[in-house]
Each structure stands twice: as C-alpha cells, then as structure tokens.
Write a protein that binds this ligand. Structure first.
Ligand code: PBE
Length: 267
C-alpha cells in the first residue's frame, strides 16, 4: 500500500468543498466505488478549494480537487477531469428553479420570470469569470444583463411588473449559484421587485423554499447531485424545471498532472 505516486505527492488528499454539497457525496461514492481506502476527502469550502488550486497551479505542483462545470476555473487554468469509468459522479445534469407554494398567486410576475429563466452554460460561465476577476456579483450580473437584452426579454415576456413586493432568493456560496442568483435577482429588481439575496447552507436552502421562509432558489442540481434534498422536500415546493442544462461533476486536476482516470488513484 501507499505506493501510488500521485497519492504520495498529494498526501492522498482530494481537496473537497462544503461538507453538505452534493459533489462531496458523489466524491465519497467514488472513493468507495474505486476502493480508494488510503485517500481522504478534505472538507472545506468552494473558495478554499479554489485558493488551494491556484496555489498548486502557480507552483506547478500536483493537486486533485472536486470540480464542476460550469466554472471559471476552466477558463483561468488548463485543467482536466479524471475519467470516471464506473460513473460514480453521474452524467450531465440540469439545474432547476424551485419556488415556494403560493408564489404564483402572491407575485405572479416574479413567478413568471423565474419560470422563464433559462440560459446556457457559457452565459453562466461568463458571469463567473467576471466575478473571479474581481467584479462584485451584482456588477457582473448587470454587465451580463446589459449585454444580453434578447435573452432577458424572453424571461420577462408577459410578466406583470411588481409593486416592490419582496422576493427572498436563497442560495449557497457556490460560484455557479452566486452567478445565477444575482442575474435572476437583478432581472426581478428591474421588473419591480425588492429582492433579498440570502446566503445559506445547502439543507436550509431547500428547506427554506419548502417551508415558505424563502421564495425561490435557482440552484437545484438534478437528477443526481441534490437527489436527497430534492426527494425530502419536493412535495412541499413547486419545481419550475431547468434553468440550465449540461452540468458536470468530477475530480479535476491540472493538465500537467500525469494521470487520466479515477482508477489511477488506486494503489
Ligand atoms: N456544486 C455546485 C453543488 C451544486 C452546485 C456542484 C458544488 C453541489 O451540491 O455539489
């Protein structure tokens, strides 16, 4: 044992993110599926993972992180996903919009905009890149909205303007959800709603929409990543379907790391 070269070089550590993230559950499944008994999945945060990745990348040192697409880090660095022949990380997924029961009656315009909100991975990634380059999420959202009037017009088409009703959006501080929440929130603001952006942990995000303490979330990764949260709460909320299609989860390494598959982590 303990003879795996990349394992020795990385202290047999995979750099993870927030403990409740779906991706962490998938990474644990992978560790079990591939019998990576020597390996530790390190808990932390998305921001800490990105900082570790930057540090290793700048020094050209080996590192393995839990990663996902869309993400700015694929624009900033030359990275690759490790092949996952056992399919532990699942396939391409959708990101769905979930709203509380009763929102349609209480704020029909906001409901319609949330229902019509749909964009491409490249749209989301461009907002993420702006934020990673130092823009505030609000600035990056406004810039994307100004540059994409046709898409925004499709989302607001037929939506009644609000009368400054408050809309509480819940989100986790994942780079993807910071981008989407700020963009759809700004569009709601421009259409007469008073939007709050409430940062929470993943469990409370789903629970908040299900128990009516929040109005909406735009970061439900389905069918796999958030399956447990979704199954727990789906009967108590309204699923408005995908706002984006074609995500990916997996283990990610810099291109200079000389392995290609999760199987290469086995002793
Ligand atoms: N993520 C990004 C989340 C969903 C959004 C992949 C880090 C997760 O629950 O793992």
């Amino acid at each position: 044992a303990n003879s795996n070269k990349i394992g020795v070089e990385t202290d047999y550590e995979v750099i993870g993110i927030e403990p409740g993230a779906g991706l962490m559950g998938l990474a644990k499944t992978a560790i079990s599926d591939y019998e990576l008994n020597n390996w530790t999945l390190v808990e932390g945060s998305s921001a800490a993972m990105a900082a570790e990745l930057k540090k290793a990348y700048d020094a050209e040192e080996p590192i393995i992180v839990t990663g996902w697409t869309p993400h700015w880090m694929f624009s900033a660095y030359d990275l690759k996903y490790l092949d996952d022949p056992k399919g532990s990380f699942g396939g391409a997924e959708d990101i769905n919009t979930l709203v509380r029961k009763g929102l349609e009656q209480d704020a029909p315009g906001a409901y319609k905009i949330l229902d019509q909100f749909f964009w491409e991975p490249s749209d989301m990634e461009s907002v993420m890149v702006e934020v990673s380059n130092g823009s505030s999420p609000a600035e990056a959202a406004e810039k994307w909205i100004d540059a994409n009037p046709d898409k925004v017009a499709e989302w607001t088409n037929g939506a009644r303007a609000g009368n400054e009703e408050s809309i509480d959006l819940v989100f986790v501080a994942w780079d993807t959800e910071i981008a989407s929440t700020n963009v759809v929130g700004k569009v709601l603001e421009q259409n007469g709603y008073d939007v709050s952006y409430v940062q929470v942990e993943v469990g409370p995000m789903f629970a908040g929409v299900a128990n009516n303490s929040a109005d909406a979330m735009v970061g439900a990764w389905l069918p796999g990543t958030h399956v447990e949260y979704y199954e727990t709460y789906k009967n108590d909320l309204v699923d408005l379907g995908p706002n984006l299609q074609g995500t990916k989860n997996g283990l990610v390494v810099p291109a200079y790391v000389d392995i290609d598959s999760v199987e290469d982590l086995q002793d």
